[in-house]
Write a protein that binds this ligand. Structure first.
Ligand code: ATP
Length: 313
């Protein structure tokens, strides 16, 4: 669906995007993560055929960005990080304007507009002026706009930026629905946790370079490898400090430290040891009262921090 090979954009001496290669299959939801200025928007704009690369190749739905811009623009929905809305235009007028640009005609146009408004749950604002919408509503309108022509590929640049937590959840639910419809979605963010539930594959970009590219599972394995093994969180309540000391002595344990945020002892296993079940077993045998035990989850934030640290240090 999307394929890049050595895609590069140079601004003077700066490599905004540096030999980026990736491949997205139909139905993939690709979380494109990186700090501000790392090259996410530049990549998306090249894929949307709005910006010419310095070199490299990319195809979207089988069309080259150099020769197939017409076909690509028909097949994609690109939602930029900032987009203007027009003063004195009602929500329906705004969408009808874009539907017309996609050559959706007559009764079909009205039907489509109502459909996308319903999809993003903005039907009740159909007669409101676009300038009167909140940031969250404006983002949902932006999404409605790129869905008008039912594109197979969506390029969403920071769709949740500037949204409050509730609006962010609403946006996430919308993207989950699009995923169920087998759309291929590239989604950028510098706010990491919001991508966790949505994506099946991930790319981490730093200073124009893709420093990780793979499935979420591969990213988790990479984190385990870089960290040296699995980690578990165990709590025995007030006796956590005592338990930490005891656990440190076991041959399977690389380290056992109090994790005040989790209210537990974080037990890191030495590499080669996978099974943490001995932790509660031995604590119980030692008459500790077990409050909780679980494997430490690896969230996107961990992945980002560990992988960027692992690569740059
Ligand atoms: N037109 C331009 N001229 C010169 N430099 C540019 C231009 N556009 C982008 N850059 C630079 O290219 C780099 C990548 O920018 P880009 O906007 O792609 O980053 P980003 O990852 O999308 O950042 P953000 O999260 O802030 O949106 C930055 O260093 C930026 O300053």
């Amino acid at each position: 669906m999307i394929e890049c090979r050595d895609l590069t954009k140079k601004y003077g001496e700066l490599f905004a995007v540096d030999r980026l290669s990736l491949k997205l299959a139909p139905g993939d939801v690709y979380g494109f993560i990186g700090p501000n200025g790392s090259g996410k928007t530049t990549t998306m704009r090249m894929l949307a055929t709005l910006l010419n690369p310095s070199w490299g190749e990319a195809t979207v739905c089988g069309h080259s960005i150099y020769t197939g811009s017409k076909e690509i623009r028909r097949a994609i929905g690109y939602m930029p990080d900032f987009f203007g809305v027009y003063d004195d235009m009602k929500v329906t007028e705004y969408l009808e304007f874009f539907a017309a640009a996609y050559r959706i005609q007559g009764a079909e146009r009205k039907k489509k507009v109502e459909q996308v408004l319903d999809y993003v749950d903005l039907g009740y604002k159909r007669d409101a002026l676009v300038t009167s919408l909140s940031r969250g509503m404006t983002q949902r309108l932006g999404l409605a706009r790129v869905l008008l022509h039912d594109p197979q590929v969506l390029l969403l640049d920071e769709p949740a930026s500037g949204l409050d937590p509730r609006a962010r959840i609403e946006m996430r639910e919308l993207i989950k629905r699009l995923r169920q419809e087998q759309k291929t979605i590239m989604l950028s963010s510098h706010i990491l946790p919001e991508l966790a539930e949505i994506c099946n594959t991930l790319g981490i970009i730093e200073r124009g370079k893709l420093i990780f590219n793979g499935t979420v599972e591969e990213a988790e394995n990479e984190v385990r490898k870089l960290r040296g093994g699995r980690a578990f969180l165990v709590s025995v309540g007030e006796r956590n400090a005592e338990a930490a000391k005891k656990l440190t002595a076991f041959k399977e344990v690389a380290g056992a430290d109090l994790d005040p945020k989790a209210g537990a002892v974080r037990v890191a296993l030495r590499s080669g040891y996978d099974d943490g079940s001995f932790i509660p077993e031995r604590l119980i045998a030692d008459r500790f009262k077990l409050h909780s035990f679980r494997e430490e989850e690896i969230n996107i934030e961990h992945i980002f921090l560990t992988i960027t640290k692992g690569i740059t240090s």
